[in-house]
Write a protein of this length. Structure first.
Length: 287
């Protein structure tokens, strides 16, 4: 893959003019040149159109929506327009490290069977000057991210595999990535890159800081998980266990729950699975 496109970065932009130039620059300073980027502007009301209209780098494709579609539908449109096999979700307020594309290329070349990749990332302040924390943990050795752990930036996946899934759901607001990840882990084991490839910017309007968005996100995440239970044919006692766990998460984030509570919950789940298996409620899919 020395000359062909390694990955197409998909940028859904809405009123992020103040960050766009830095976002674009972080792509242009990649250590390898064989990437593409599609930016779809969702009828921004700020200076986004002016900035994007002056972009002359041929590796960028800019799409201007004729009406505001919302974030998830814009992502759907971006994926449809991608011509490379691998695509990556890249938010306009964030940045990539210079070696990101090169690392993605090396991982793909060393394992042709991969379908989904994600990495560690740094959490920055609004000015993208100070590191506030970090994210990204290895995929669970057993089980599923329904129970513990989550996959975040940077999300890189095969378009051909995505098209065989349900894909992004416009009804899942502020939890659309979790919904997609649950679908992908049913067809592959996501590959974790143990390196920092992404700079995530914390904004006061982000889901984690805006109370209304956070509430919508929690409810959407609950809906996404219920869809996953149905898709995975999880029934019986285990189904009710998960529903109870999901409801608790809408009150108290699973990422903040003490480890001992998670351990007790998982032990309880195993006992309930044995009961379901004994009474032949369903075929056991996860151990």
């Amino acid at each position: 893959m020395p000359t062909e496109t390694v990955v197409t970065y998909l940028v859904a932009n809405y009123n992020c003019a103040s960050f766009l130039e830095d976002c674009i620059r972080s792509l242009q300073t990649q250590t390898v040149p064989n990437w593409k980027c599609i930016i779809c502007d969702d009828r921004s009301t700020d200076e986004s159109k002016r900035i994007l209209s002056t972009l002359t780098d041929s590796r960028f494709q800019v799409i201007f929506s004729d009406k505001n579609k919302g974030y998830t539908r814009t992502l759907q449109h971006l994926i449809q327009n991608a011509t490379s096999e691998w695509v990556a979700i890249f938010d306009p307020g964030d940045q990539l490290y210079p070696h990101t594309t090169e690392k993605i290329r090396d991982v793909i070349l060393n394992d042709p069977g991969l379908k989904f990749i994600y990495s560690k990332f740094h959490i920055y302040d609004a000015q993208l000057q100070n590191i506030l924390g970090e994210g990204g943990t290895p995929y669970p050795s057993r089980g599923t991210t329904l129970e513990s752990g989550f996959i975040s930036h940077i999300k890189v996946f095969k378009k051909s595999e995505y098209l065989m899934l349900e894909g992004y759901d416009p009804e899942i607001l502020y939890a659309e990535d979790r919904d997609l990840i649950y679908q992908f882990e049913e067809i592959t084991r996501p590959r974790f890159i143990d390196e920092y490839l992404y700079k995530y910017r914390v904004l006061t309007t982000s889901q984690s800081n805006a109370p209304q968005k956070k509430e919508i996100g929690l409810q959407s995440h609950y809906k996404a998980r219920k869809k996953t239970l149905k898709r995975r044919n999880i029934k019986g006692m285990e189904y009710y266990f998960y529903c109870m766990l999901f409801k608790l998460d809408t009150i108290h984030s699973s990422d903040l729950r003490p480890k001992w509570q998670k351990q007790i919950a998982l032990k309880l789940r195993k006992k309930l699975v044995k009961i379901d298996k004994r009474f032949k409620v369903r075929k056991i899919l996860y151990n």
